[in-house]
Design a protein around this ligand. Structure first.
Ligand code: ADP
Ligand code: AMP
Length: 214
C-alpha cells in the first residue's frame, strides 16, 4: 500500500514543489485543496448562506474558504486515493480534527521557512497553466522564460501572489495554521525539514524522511 503523507508549511514554503517529486517517487496522488478550489473559484455556494457566494471571493483576499466547502473536497479526494500527499489542508484546528476522523497519516512533514523568505518566493512564483508545474523567476527559472520545461505550456502568475495578498496569506497562516503545526509537533508526529535549502537539498531530506517513516 502507498503511504499517506501530510505536507505542512507556510504559503511559499515549497509544498507544491516537493509534492511533485513525492508523486513521481512514491506513486501517490497529489491532493491539494488550493488547486481544487482554483478549479472551482466560481462554484455557487450561496445555499450555505456564508459571507460570500463563491470560493474565489475568499481566495482573492487571501482568506480561508469555509471548512464545510473544503472538508467536502478532502473527503472525496482521500476516499478515491491509493496513498496521497495532502498539501494545503488542514489549515486550522477544526480541519485537523476532521482529518483525524477520516484517515490515518503515515508521515507528517513540515517545511520550515522563515517569514521574510516567503514573500519573495510567492511574488516570483510562476505556474504552468497546462500541467501545474511550479517555477520561480529567480530561484527556479524555466529554460525559456514563460514556458514550462515539462510540457511547453504557458506560465502565469497567480492572482493571490501579489505582494499585498501574499502578506495577508502569511498573516492568516500565522493565526490559523501555525497551531496545526504545534498540534502535530506535540503529538510527536512532525518531521521538521529545513525548507530554506535548495529544492534538491530539501528533496534529499523529504525522501529520506518518507523512506524512514512510511
Ligand atoms: P507552496 O506550495 O508551499 O505554496 P511552492 O512549492 O509553490 O510553495 O513554492 C513557492 C515558490 O518558491 C515557487 O516559485 C517555487 O519555485 C519556489 N521554491 C520552492 N522551493 C524552493 C526552495 N527550496 N528554494 C527556493 N525557492 C523555492
Ligand atoms: P494554496 O494554493 O494552498 O496557497 O491556497 C490558495 C487559497 O485557497 C488560500 O489562500 C485559501 O483561500 C484557499 N484554501 C486552500 N486550502 C484551504 C483550506 N484547507 N482551507 C481553507 N481555504 C483554503
Amino acid at each position: 500500500m502507498n503511504p499517506n503523507i501530510l505536507i505542512l508549511g507556510a504559503p511559499g514554503a515549497g509544498k507544491g514543489t516537493q509534492s511533485e517529486k513525492i508523486v513521481d517517487e512514491f506513486g501517490v496522488e497529489h491532493v491539494t485543496t488550493g488547486d481544487a478550489l482554483r478549479a472551482n473559484k466560481q462554484m455557487d455556494i450561496s445555499h450555505l448562506d456564508l459571507e460570500y457566494d463563491t470560493p474565489g471571493e475568499y481566495m482573492d483576499q487571501g482568506e480561508l474558504v469555509p471548512d464545510e466547502v473544503v472538508n467536502e473536497i478532502v473527503d472525496k479526494a482521500l476516499s478515491e486515493a491509493d496513498g496521497y500527499v495532502l498539501d494545503g489542508y488542514p489549515r486550522n484546528l477544526d480541519q485537523a480534527e476532521h482529518l483525524s476522523n477520516i484517515t490515518d497519516l503515515d508521515v507528517v512533514l513540515y517545511l520550515d521557512v522563515d517569514e521574510d523568505v516567503l514573500v519573495s518566493r510567492l511574488t516570483g512564483r510562476r505556474v504552468c497553466e497546462e500541467c501545474g508545474a511550479t517555477y520561480h523567476v529567480d530561484f527556479n527559472p524555466p529554460e525559456e522564460e514563460g514556458v514550462c520545461d515539462e510540457c511547453g505550456g504557458d506560465l502565469y502568475q497567480r492572482e493571490d501572489d501579489s505582494e499585498e495578498t501574499a502578506r495577508e496569506r502569511i498573516r492568516v497562516y500565522d493565526e490559523n495554521t501555525q497551531p496545526v503545526v504545534e498540534f502535530y509537533d506535540e503529538s510527536g508526529e512532525l518531521a521538521r525539514i529545513d525548507g530554506e535549502q535548495t529544492p534538491d537539498e530539501v528533496w534529499t531530506d523529504v525522501k529520506a524522511t518518507i523512506e524512514d517513516r512510511a
